[in-house]
Write a protein that binds this ligand. Structure first.
Ligand code: NAP
Length: 489
């Protein structure tokens, strides 16, 4: 493995990508990338300044016209070649993600499949993007709607899914004919840089995609957000940063896609198959070490089955093997940094003060990395912080309910509205409960819902816009209506 890592890092471009060239930042400053399993430095990447961000955005703007005119079939084929290359390079991508983010290698391969699929899905959608045609009701005008690329975009991604969050934005933007600057999170820039090289290898023309990361996200984003040529910001990250970007987006009345935080309820009704629900709970809680916006945050379990569910769920959590995700057999990796571990400890302490009990875990893990033991808490009251805040770690709080209406009220008792989960075999209950859940996505008898073909997104303070599916492409287009006088009217 060490030889593979050395070879991979030796071929990785760690500079900024501006106008098709890999260039150091204008001050020569660099940024260290750490392995969260060991807290050792993996490598350093160029750190962009305001000036670099400005140059990157100017390069994108110069490429906009020719990229928008490039036939959809050509754009589609570049995306398809990029998909094939990502699949060929699956091992490289998986190792990079485990190194810089910490997820177990098997999960990193899972992200290669999921993240790569956005390239394939949007290569297919690129050539099937239609408007409508018709006549106005009184017959005087022929109506046509045409979809144009929205224009230059600024794409900002988080550290938790280094590949998928980038492809989920880049692929529809390219399919629609938009140019862009991508700013990956400072903790995980390596996967994005390798993806950018892969897109260049697939034939992407210079300037269409530019990548800048650096020590100060605010310094990089300020000149781009202020530039009147910018047409869209697509952001995935915390609600707090999303709100501040929404405020600056208002100055230029930008199109915005905001994929923000979540606080997913996971409802288990007494008629559910408990083993299936536990399996779903493990998938919804432990995917990505719990560091996912779709992660089940609150387990709401009907009182009559709570003891059995809790016991089986805790046993499954105890079976996890905590450790460095590159090592064989490890099923739960480290958290992204020491701050995240301290937050888990604080959430547990607060829940216990509010009357909860730790059924398993509740403490830091051993070793020099940022480990936290998989934890199940029971009797968690809605006042506890762990019930109200996005957890982002392998910590599962359980709260019980008596009636369906109580379950729905508890589930909706949050300012977030991204993912939710529901376990019951009763179809009328599925319809009744889902229609009352104030969430953008509902997983029914499953703990995994993300899919490139489905519209991903939230309501309330979880954001706006949709990524993936057919809607994901619409979000990178502006709709123009042509009203044509009917020559016979
Ligand atoms: P974050 O702190 O908000 O950072 C996200 C991105 O925003 C990073 O690239 C960060 O750059 C950048 N950023 C920070 N401050 C900025 C500023 N002032 N101007 C412009 N960009 C700025 O979030 P995170 O901790 O990386 O990610 C975790 C959050 O993402 C969680 O809340 C999670 O729920 C959310 N998330 C949502 C989805 C979804 O689809 N809804 C998916 C995945 C994650 P630096 O790294 O350089 O600071």
């Amino acid at each position: 493995m060490n030889d593979k890592i050395s070879t991979l890092l030796a071929k990785l471009n760690t500079d900024l990508l501006i106008d098709g060239e890999w260039v150091p930042g204008s001050t020569g400053e660099t940024l260290e990338v750490l392995n969260p399993a060991t807290n050792e430095v993996i490598t350093s990447v160029a750190s962009a300044t305001e000036e670099d961000a400005h140059r990157a955005f100017a390069a994108a703007c110069r490429a906009q016209e020719s990229w928008a005119r490039t036939p959809a079939r050509e754009r589609s084929e570049i995306l398809r070649r990029a998909f094939d290359l990502v699949m060929e390079r699956a091992e490289d991508f998986a190792i990079l993600m485990t190194l810089e983010m910490g997820k177990p290698l098997a999960e990193a391969y899972g992200e290669v499949t999921y993240g790569g699929e956005f390239l394939r899905w949007f290569s297919e959608e690129a050539v099937r993007h239609y408007g409508i045609s018709g006549t106005t009701p009184e017959g005087s005008l022929h109506m046509q709607t045409v979809r144009h690329p929205v224009g230059p975009c600024f794409l900002v991604t988080p550290w938790n899914f280094p590949l998928a969050m980038a492809t989920r934005k880049i692929a529809p933007a390219l399919a629609a004919g938009c140019v862009m600057v991508l700013k990956p999170a400072k903790q995980t820039p390596l996967t994005s840089l390798y993806l950018a090289q892969t897109l260049i290898d697939a034939g992407l023309p210079q300037g269409v995609l530019n990548v800048v990361c650096g020590r100060s996200a605010a310094a990089i984003s300020a000149p781009i957000m202020a530039d009147p040529r910018l047409r869209k910001i697509s952001f995935t990250g915390s609600t707090e940063v999303g709100k501040s970007l929404l405020k600056s987006a208002a100055d230029n009345v930008l199109r915005t896609s905001m994929e923000l935080g979540g606080n997913a309820p996971f409802l288990v009704f007494e008629d559910a198959d408990i083993d299936e629900a536990v399996q779903g709970a493990m998938a919804a809680k432990l995917r990505n070490i719990g560091e996912a916006c779709t992660a089940a945050n609150r387990f709401l379990v009907q009182e009559s089955i709570a003891a059995e569910f809790t016991e089986k769920f805790a046993a499954a959590m105890e079976d996890l093997v905590l450790g460095n995700g590159l090592e064989e057999g490890v099923t739960c990796g480290p958290l992204i940094d020491a701050h995240a571990v301290a937050n888990m400890v604080a959430l547990v302490e607060d829940a216990v003060v509010h009357g909860a009990t730790a059924v398993t875990g509740g403490t830091r893990g051993e070793g020099t990395g940022n480990f936290f033991a998989p934890t199940v808490l029971k009797n968690v009251p809605p006042q506890a912080r762990v019930f109200r805040e996005e957890i982002f770690g392998p910590l599962a709080p359980i709260t019980t309910f008596r009636t369906e209406q109580e379950a729905i009220a508890l589930a909706n008792d949050t300012e977030f509205g991204l993912a939710s989960y529901l376990f019951t075999p009763d179809h009328s209950r599925i319809q009744r409960v889902s229609s009352q859940l104030e969430f953008g996505m509902v997983g029914i008898n499953t703990g995994v819902i993300s899919n490139a073909a489905a519209p991903f997104g939230g309501v309330k303070q979880s954001g706006m816009g949709r990524e993936g599916g057919v809607d994901g492409l619409d979000d990178y287009t502006r709709l123009q209506y042509l009203g044509i006088k009917d020559p016979y009217s």
